[in-house]
Design a protein around this ligand. Structure first.
Ligand code: AGP
Length: 361
């Protein structure tokens, strides 16, 4: 399939793991999905309920991080109330928010995760409209949901999810843009931004040497904190999850501002901070990083979409002014860092100990 044809790996270099190969497939996955679900005259072909007045997204693990990235976008771009919950927590709630036009979206790479399946069955019993975003056509979730979106990332073999998550996020953005379109918004500009994502990700993939240098630096530390604001906080959480799964390190993610409320005390000269900086938070982030440097002097690495930010000891530039692009760029960068860090630490990222691809009872 198209996704497997794209390979921005520098020539003569072999992939070091399945995980790395799947990360390098992401530009192709995005291109393929845009071709599948959009038309040249800027229509989106996904099927949605006629009326939606609120959305709840339920998922686990990386798919939950997709929910947490997407939900604020639904509020910001479509002015639509949107909540999200871990599947395992959702099933413990006695009452769920439902209106006649609620849409419950279940995100799952496998379509078979027990916690998410249980949540889906629970809400179906209340007669609510359900949708799944899944990479597995004909999975149990696919067959149970009223509306189905195939994330079409190609088979994901690596236990650490990478390309499937990127595909889920793009599908969420396409749902959002379709709602926008129905609201009378001209979505051509947004779709053009999305069409530039594959080339943008390919450029980041070519930055592998810098990313490897950063991973080498991070490998000297065992106390890792990843900071990001708003949509980038779940991006930071996803980066932490990737490093945990592949390197068995205890990595924490925090929103920048909240980090200063006590959590900061964990820092010392043996700590490393990975800070995600974008147009919206750059001043605030740089100010906090200066204070952190003064008080604790940790190593600071910045992944920044703003070109002139030099707040880190090492800075990885993923330059763009568009948030909808930068989210993908920051994610891909963190995935590559996790993958390289695992090989530096002599872990096999494709065989994380004790983990399975699908978490079932
Ligand atoms: C992601 O890297 C993990 N392997 C894990 O958190 C996974 O995302 C989670 O178990 C959910 O799986 P699903 O998307 O297949 O439902």
């Amino acid at each position: 399939m198209e996704a497997n044809k794209t390979n921005t790996q520098p020539e003569n270099t072999k992939f070091t793991s399945i995980m790395q190969k799947e990360i390098f497939e992401e530009p192709g996955v995005v291109k393929n999905l845009l071709e599948r679900y959009t038309t040249p005259d800027d229509k989106i072909t996904l099927e949605l309920p006629e009326k939606i007045d609120n959305i709840v997204i339920v998922a686990s693990g990386s798919s939950y991080n997709c929910a947490a990235i997407a939900a604020p976008l639904f509020i910001e771009y479509a002015n639509l109330p949107c909540e999200y919950e871990y599947s395992s927590e959702f099933v413990l709630q006695k009452k769920h928010f439902v209106t006649p036009h609620s849409l419950y979206i279940f995100v799952s790479q496998s379509g078979e995760t027990s916690d998410t399946l249980r949540a889906l069955k629970m809400i179906k019993d209340e007669g609510v409209k359900t949708m799944c975003i899944t990479n597995a056509e004909n999975s149990t979730m696919w067959n149970l949901c009223d509306y189905k979106i195939l994330s079409d990332a190609g088979e994901e073999k690596s236990i650490a999810s990478t390309k499937a998550l990127t595909a889920q996020i793009l599908c969420s953005i396409l749902i959002l843009l379709k709602i926008n379109y129905k609201q009378g918004v001209d979505i051509s500009g947004y779709l053009n931004t999305m069409r530039r994502v594959p080339a943008y990700l390919e450029r980041i993939n070519l930055n592998l040497d810098k990313i490897n240098t950063v991973a080498q630096e991070i490998s000297k530390y065992s106390n890792i904190s990843i900071l990001g604001n708003k949509n980038y906080y779940p991006v930071a959480k996803e980066g932490a999850l990737k490093i945990k799964e592949t390197c068995y390190l205890n990595v924490m993610a925090y929103p920048f501002g909240e980090f200063m409320h006590g959590h900061v005390a964990i820092l010392n000269q043996k700590s490393v901070i990975i800070a995600i900086i974008d147009e919206e938070n750059s001043e605030f982030a740089v100010r906090n990083l200066q204070k952190i440097r003064q008080d604790y002097n940790p190593k600071i690495i910045c992944i920044t979409s703003v070109q002139d930010v030099k707040a880190g000891d090492l800075n990885i530039y993923i330059k763009t002014k568009r948030k909808l692009k930068a989210i993908f760029g920051a994610l891909l960068t963190l995935q590559l860092i996790a993958c390289k860090l695992a090989s530096i630490l002599k872990r096999n990222p494709d065989r994380p100990k004790g983990l399975k691809k699908v978490v079932k009872d």
